[in-house]
Design a protein around this ligand. Sequence first.
Ligand code: HEM
Length: 414
Amino acid sequence: MENFAATITSHDTYVEGIPHETFRELRATNPVAWTNEPDGGRGFWSLTKYEDVLYASRHTELFSSRMGIRMEDMDEEETEARRTLMEMDSPEHTRLRRLVSRPFTPRAVHGYEDSVRELAREVLDNLNGANEFDFVKSVARELPMKMLGRLLGLPDEDLDWLVSRGDALIGNTDPEFTDYVVDQTDTSAYRLLPFRSPVALELFEYAQQALEQRRITPTHDVLSALLEPNSEGDRLDDPTLKNFFTLMVAAGNDTTRYSMVAGMQAFIERPELFARLPLMDDAERKALVDEVLRWSSTTMHFRRTVVEDTELRGQQLKKGDKVVLWYVSANFDEDQFNDPFTFQPDRTPNDHVAFGLHSAHLCLGAHLARLELRVMFEEMAKAWSSVEGNGPSERFRSNFINGIKKLPVKVTWR
Ligand code: HEM
């Protein structure tokens, strides 16, 4: 295959779209593919089959998250300084996950539905009956931001700033979101900070202040809860708290936003689907949300590192090799999904890997994200009788996040 590595690693590729054809060929002819990194990285194995992504996710004793979960190489000092829940293996991971998971369980999230609905209505009300707007900026960016603010107990006036900081981190490959574009500027001075960005310092400082306030006067929010010891008397230290705060701002916002945008795009392309939305029952709307998540595959990959020499489909993987799990390819694997390139709103079963796999690192915010998507789609269907595109959209520059960052739309209010 001609230079597939450049195609799948280049951030610029994804400005045009996901290179599905290249992933399809890799699945068929080279499913465990050694992938050279164009910019001096030491290269990695690309896993593109669903079955192999599942295998690597489940065998954490062979495929570790500790040495980093992004494609980039990081030395020991960098990894240590930037470590969050994501870059841990058990038992360290299990301990922290237990400490932070309470607000994200299905039961806890079920209790947020009224809040999410109230916020979704507020977002739509704030459009003031406008017929034309950018769906990303005016709708999809707003709900996850407001919901995170409510969960963490942060003042409304801080939220826009906070989310712009999160965007600068996750958007560290797109010049629209940051001055510190990792592959275009020298970011070595920030190598010990999340996403090699000084923006992380601003978030750390904000988190520190928010935590100090809650130590003096506890509030009823997730941040106060994180300061409490758990039933075994275990509690989080300050660096862990600040890293977790940054992780939530970065991981909880744009992922949900871009998945919501993918849903809107699906409605624009299929007007009959949007028209049918108010008639669907709960199970049908849940299935629709999962198909949007599969289709969107918003986080396109995560990485692991080989713990001891092993073999996969005849390839010899050596201790220390990087392995990239291409969730975006697994979600379109024709051996797992019937007719994967057809959007099927009623697809069942739909064991997509948009949130990772049912293994240790399965997305902590999966239930919350599903709820936000479903409720927003429901409220959109109540508010609007039709939606259509209104000019060219623009895609995010990233081999990591699949997102439409601008989607001009025209809607008809009921
Ligand atoms: C549609 C929206 C979302 C998508 C597509 C998504 C995707 C993912 C994926 C694929 C992982 C697995 C990482 C790995 O395999 O190493 C993950 C982990 C994680 N996500 Fe999400 N996420 C979303 C929303 C959220 C939200 C709303 C939050 C929090 C408020 C969140 C917080 C986290 C955290 C803390 C982890 C780390 C879990 C661990 O390592 O144990 N995510 N997410």
